[in-house]
Ligand binder design. Structure first.
Ligand SMILES: [Zn+2]
Length: 136
């Protein structure tokens, strides 16, 4: 089954000619009933995508520097590591943007669920890591 007849949102076959315009100017098939959630998500992505990139590109190195600077005190470097995972988790839950390849593979709806599940996992892992290192 060719990916160019699958709905952008739910990734099931689209039999009609309905399509949605992508930010890159391309068009993608979509079920009429899935146009509005897909448009809402694309609008959110175009508005907040830059915050996601800035958060990941600036936030993560700051934590990494913190981990390196505190490498002599494992309690603190573990706590900062936990904070970093929590931070990435929160960003992914709030802004569940996957790579275009993932969207291509799963469809938009499942890629959002996947990003949120991964985000929640990292958040939980981060809180546990920080908690254990500070309380231990
Ligand atoms: Zn659909």
């Amino acid at each position: 089954m060719s990916a160019d007849t699958l709905c952008l949102w739910c990734h099931r076959q689209v039999d009609s000619q309905d399509s949605i315009e992508l930010p890159d100017g391309g068009k993608h098939p979509i079920h009429p009933e899935h146009r509005s959630p897909a448009e809402a998500f694309l609008a959110k992505a175009s508005k907040f995508g830059i915050f996601f990139i800035i958060a990941m590109a600036l936030g993560t190195p700051i934590f990494v520097v913190g981990i390196i600077l505190t490498s002599n005190t494992p309690v603190w470097s573990n706590a900062i590591m936990g904070a970093m995972l929590t931070f990435i988790g929160v960003v992914m839950v709030a802004l569940p943007f996957c790579t275009p390849q993932t969207v291509q593979w799963l469809g938009l709806r499942k890629s959002i669920v996947l990003a949120r599940v991964l985000g929640l996992g990292m958040l939980t892992w981060g809180v546990a890591t920080a908690g254990f290192s500070l309380l231990a």
